[in-house]
Design a binder for this molecule. Structure first.
Ligand SMILES: [Ca+2]
Length: 144
C-alpha cells in the first residue's frame, strides 16, 4: 500500500476503507502508463484518458467518484475480470432485437486485454462493480 500511495500520490479519504482501490484525478497527460502490471484499470474517457480507477481485488462498488464513468479499460491482471452495471456484481438482462437473444449487461475482460472505448457499446458509462478473477459467460460484451 505504501508503494501504491507513492506511485499515485493520491488516496482519497473516502476510499480509506478500500485500500486496494483508488480513484485518481488525471495528471496533465493521462495515459495508459498509469496502469501498472497486475492491476485492473478503467478510465473516464476513450483512449485511457480522464479520471482513473485502479484495483486488483473485488470491488462491490467503485464509489461515487467513478460510478457510471468507465469508457476504456485495461486488464493487466493475469485473470479474467468481469465488470457489472450495478453494485454488488448485479446487472440487468438486456435484449438484442436484431438476433432475438438476451445477455447480461456486464463485460468480461480477458487477462491482458484492453478496450480503447465502450463508445457505441451498451456498456459505456455504466460500470459500478468489479469482480476480479472471474469470467461470467453470459455478459453481453467480451473483451479479449
Ligand atoms: Ca452503473
Amino acid at each position: 500500500m505504501q508503494i501504491r500511495r507513492r506511485i499515485y500520490g493520491v488516496l482519497a479519504a473516502s476510499l480509506a476503507a478500500f485500500a486496494s482501490t483508488l480513484v485518481v484525478a488525471p495528471p496533465a497527460s493521462a495515459s495508459s502508463s498509469q496502469c501498472t502490471a497486475g492491476m485492473f484499470c478503467m478510465w473516464e474517457h476513450s483512449g485511457y484518458e480522464g479520471i482513473f480507477y485502479v484495483t486488483y481485488v473485488d470491488s462491490p462498488n467503485v464509489g461515487a467518484g467513478f460510478n457510471d464513468k468507465a469508457t476504456s479499460v485495461w486488464n493487466r491482471t493475469n485473470e479474467w475480470v468481469t465488470i457489472y452495471q450495478h453494485a454488488n456484481y448485479q446487472s440487468d438482462v438486456i435484449w438484442f432485437g436484431n438476433n432475438n437473444t438476451t445477455a447480461r449487461n456486464c463485460v468480461t475482460v480477458a487477462p491482458g486485454a484492453s478496450k480503447w472505448s465502450f463508445g457505441g457499446d451498451m456498456f459505456n458509462d455504466q460500470a459500478t462493480s468489479v469482480d476480479t478473477g472471474y469470467y461470467r459467460p453470459d455478459c453481453g460484451l467480451n473483451v479479449s
